[in-house]
Design a protein. Structure first.
Length: 232
């Protein structure tokens, strides 16, 4: 499991460096030996070598616009729920991707990490209404993950650890924080990306603020890259 588990974390950690990101994809192909997945990746790289000036296929544009809207809606939803207890928006870095293939690779990793993050937090939520709110977001994140997995010719239910299973896998706060760290320049005085495993009312607020930081990240990522590569 350890070799597969590195995949999602490596992708996000390497996102600031396109050469490192390409190396991660090559290592993933060599580990899995997936001929079909490798052929699809080679096709993407060849097609998108000059992706910033290329016109992407029309089909995915609507879906990308929806993903972008969903992430911004998630931010607004959590801000409304947290009210005055909401964390300040972090300052992000390295979000703009150099080409379409890099965008799709990082988007896939972000969405699968988001699913694992919500799944990991769910057992620590005390308030049933908070659990329902988190679940409603997590289910949409899972649909995003399935879309990006399928769009990139990966198994639809490939999880954050790079395993195709009938059940998804959870991320710990430390794993999520480590994966997102390359994108965060400053938390701007907000709480760390962490929460307790002990259920309490105050911990519910910590979990929602943990989720809010991730949704801020995803929203900004799509706000920058979807118009750049899809013009919507």
């Amino acid at each position: 499991m350890s070799a597969s588990r590195e995949n999602c974390l490596e992708v996000l950690a390497a996102a600031a460096d396109s050469d490192k990101l390409a190396a991660v994809e090559r290592r993933r192909f060599l580990r899995t030996g997936g001929i079909a997945a490798g052929a699809a990746l080679v096709g993407l790289v060849a097609r998108d070598a000059d992706a910033q000036s290329a016109t992407p296929p029309a089909g995915p544009r609507q879906q990308m616009a929806l993903v972008r809207r969903h992430e911004n809606d998630h931010v607004a939803f959590l801000l409304n729920g947290l009210g005055a207890a909401a964390r300040p928006k972090p300052t992000f870095q390295n979000l703009q991707q150099p080409n379409l293939n890099a965008f799709l690779t990082v988007a896939t990793a972000l969405e699968n990490t988001g699913v694992g993050a919500y799944l990991g937090a769910a057992p620590a939520i005390l308030d049933a209404s908070y659990l329902g709110a988190a679940a409603s977001i997590a289910l949409v994140e899972a649909r995003h993950a399935g879309f990006f997995n399928s769009f990139r010719s990966k198994p639809m239910t490939l999880n954050a650890f790079g395993m195709e299973l009938s059940f998804d896998a959870a991320f710990t706060p430390a794993q999520v924080g480590g994966a997102a760290g390359s994108f965060i320049a400053s938390l701007n005085g907000g709480p760390p990306l962490d929460y307790s495993s002990t259920r309490s009312a105050s911990n519910d607020v910590a979990i929602l603020n943990f989720a809010l930081a991730l949704e801020y990240l995803e929203a900004d990522f799509y706000n920058i890259n979807v118009p750049l590569f899809y013009g919507v």
